[in-house]
Design a protein around this ligand. Structure first.
Ligand code: NAD
Ligand code: GLY
Length: 357
């Protein structure tokens, strides 16, 4: 097992990464302060892993909430089911919520924990690659609004993150690829050597070779932990974690939540960010083909939906959380391994990028 720490002073927490962690109660029990827990999961994950987690909680009052599966259910209406269960089972302020699932379950459980009785503890047990390397770490929680993704939410850090790499064995290949998009993101934004390592080890990752997958998760969590520790509430630096997301959120919103996977939309969005970085003269042109090749090898889409117009993109991008004083800022690249947040790009180049990718 390897442990990465998210260093946030008295709110610091461990990310434990290893094979078979769901059989180790000693990893989770120290992070449960009271006698009540509520496990939130979904209808796909419950038959696979719920009982294993229940077994870790012997002697505690355990409630469970099984949500419908999918991004389309990441709504305020479905969120209510968690509050209903907590109140019905009389959970008090010392309760601990446990998110067992991918990013959808994690974001919803985190927001329920942030808001139930003005804030209770929660633990993340992420079960997709994407949630293991990104959404379970850093405390962003929330739900979608029909007019914008993740528009209702709160920062609320978990008490611990338990990553059992063995759960990836049941993950559909398309979801594995979507997670790889976020892994590739870390190479692009902060670690050129990791990017080159990913190029060299992509087949091992797609084949879920244990050492390679553990290394990719660990390095991704280290990158994310460093950025979050430096800028927890996204005053500046943390925005680099959103490379490709402004384009990607526009795709997700336009296509209807769940039709494009989040990681797929981010992959195409990262290619658009790279394309614009090349047009602006920040990055040498060959880097665009290098990224396109890596994303294709990972099984990720490299062209935006044919039915989306440039104007539709621009209009959806205008509701991005990085818009300040009416001005769009984007995460672009100065080089592989160095991202910047900037409003220094021409609208003409942006239009050309959207039309080209
Ligand atoms: P997801 O939660 O929808 O999970 C993907 C699919 O895999 C689901 O059908 C799920 O039931 C299934 N699944 C999960 N684990 C499985 C397993 N081990 N075996 C078999 N099936 C399994 O999607 P995701 O990609 O994990 O997360 C995407 C969400 O995360 C989006 O809503 C996105 O906005 C959010 N997100 C949040 C952050 C953050 O910082 N909070 C960061 C990135 C993404
Ligand atoms: N996934 C972006 C962030 O955590 O800030």
């Amino acid at each position: 097992m390897h442990t990465v720490t998210v260093d946030l002073g008295e709110r610091s927490y461990p990310i434990h990464i290893g094979a078979g962690l769901l059989a180790q109660p000693e990893l989770i029990r120290p992070h449960i302060a009271g006698s009540q827990v509520c496990i939130v999961t979904n209808e796909t994950i419950a038959p696979l892993y719920l009982q294993r987690v229940v077994q870790l909680l012997d002697g505690l009052q355990v409630s469970t909430v099984v949500l419908p599966d999918g991004e389309a259910h990441k709504t305020l209406t479905v969120l209510n089911r968690i509050y209903d269960q907590l109140l019905q089972d009389r959970h008090n302020r010392t309760t601990t919520l446990i998110a067992l699932g991918g990013g959808v379950v994690g974001d919803m459980t985190g927001y329920a924990a942030a808001s139930y009785q003005r804030g209770v503890d929660f633990i993340q047990i992420p079960t997709t690659l994407l949630s293991q390397v990104d959404s379970s770490v850093g405390g962003k929680t929330g739900v979608n609004h029909p007019l914008g993704k993740n528009m209702i939410g709160a920062f609320h850090q978990p008490n611990a993150v338990l990553i059992d790499t063995e759960v990836l064995n049941t993950l559909p290949p398309r979801e594995l690829s979507a997670g790889l998009a976020e892994v590739i993101k870390y190479g692009l934004i902060v670690d050129e050597d990791f990017y080159a390592w990913l190029e060299a080890n992509l087949e091992a990752l797609l084949g879920l070779e244990p050492e390679a997958i553990a290394m990719a998760i660990r390095r991704s969590c280290e990158c994310k932990a460093e950025v979050v520790a430096a800028d927890e509430r996204e005053g500046g630096l943390r925005a680099i974690l959103n490379l490709g997301h402004t384009f990607g959120h526009a795709i997700e919103t336009a296509q209807g939540y769940g039709n494009w996977l989040h990681g797929e939309a981010v992959a195409t969005g990262m290619l658009m960010a790279m394309d614009l970085s090349v047009r602006e003269g920040f990055v040498p042109a060959p880097e665009l083909e290098r990224l396109r090749h890596l994303l294709e090898r990972a099984g990720l889409p490299v062209t935006s939906p044919a039915d989306m117009t440039v104007d539709q993109f621009l209009s959806l991008m205008a509701v991005d959380k990085k818009v300040l004083d009416g001005q769009l800022r984007l995460v672009l690249l100065e080089s592989v391994g160095k991202a910047i947040v900037t409003k220094r790009f021409s609208l003409e180049h942006l239009r050309q990028t959207i039309a080209a990718i």
